[in-house]
Design a protein around this ligand. Sequence first.
Ligand code: SAM
Length: 382
Amino acid sequence: MNEILTIAEETLVLHRHPRIKNETLQAWDSADEYLINYFNENQLAKHLNDDGQLLLINDGFGALSCYFQTFNRTVISDSYLSLNSIKLNMQRNNCPEDNILLQDSLQEFPRNVQVVLIKVPKTLSHLEYTLQQLSKVISKETIIVAAGKVNMIHSSTLQLFETYIGSTKTSLAKKKSRLIFSLVDQVDIPEKEIPLTWEIEKQGWKIHNHANVFSRNHLDIGGRFLMDNLPEGDFSKVVDLGCGNGVVGMAASEAYPKAQITFIDESYMAIDSARINMLKNLPEEQTEHARFVVNNGLVGFKAGCYDLILCNPPFHQQQAITDQIAWSMFNDARFCLVEGGELVIVGNRHLDYKDKLERIFGNCELVTENKKFVILRAVKEY
Ligand code: SAM
């Protein structure tokens, strides 16, 4: 795998994080390259004065943060994995640390931005939230350039730039990526509530979903199947691993009212929605023991602490489809379970998680199945 990005007189060594054996994917893409080349060819540095900021939004693994290392910059991302990757790649490339601010997507956007480079996110709702926040801090002089793969830029994408920023056009495609240029001339910005709330009738819960939460428009059917098939038992320390809006952990809190539930996700918006949902929908005796942790799975958690780990595993990292995250989650789950503790997961039938769990735990039972999903249970044996 090529780990060396040579571009516009710079050479950077960039890794994807978390690192995996025999990585086949690069830590940057042609949209990063297009943005860097455009910035240089059009001398955008001239628009950055001493107090001004370069704002980088959704840098995936640090290509942009590292390349623009001589500028004062703020980097905004909803992904813990991305922010961590940016830090590690900056260290790898000896980038100074005193001119960069790393922020999660729910923090207020900085006020003095002069040039903004955006990687178009996967969902329109995440883009809409980003542009809404951005519209509050820009002026007519702010230069805004976005980039994404051609297949991610549709008329609905451009419409959002028109709505929140102003007149928008696109570049020609290069290496399957395209740039978007928006002039700040929109005066009538909609005051739209972007988080969505819907109800789960069975429990009567109102579920809040920030812009970048998994399955934010409706209850995920895999998640629902897991909620309906929780194991019986007297569990005291439970994890909802990859919690999204938190529905699985909330069902566990109802099934085991005395248990401490730990919600973990790598998305800041997911953890904030899970926290809001737990507090709004469940009694205080249950919510006061809940913990909400933004993290890469269970990395860094102590051994032998939990008696039940529930998981509807992710199958993407950014744009790439992967089972590596599920694989790491299952390995770490075994490490963090007490002896006799169990991991219960839901998965698409075709994803062959059974084989993985058997290899890691030495056992795996099919709890139940329907046309689309299986529920599997693996026990940490004595
Ligand atoms: N539990 C929720 C449900 O059933 O609706 C969400 C399940 S969704 C398939 C997987 C979740 O894992 C997403 O919310 C995603 O943000 C999260 N995720 C992805 N990679 C992760 C990682 N390395 N560590 C923690 N969470 C991760």
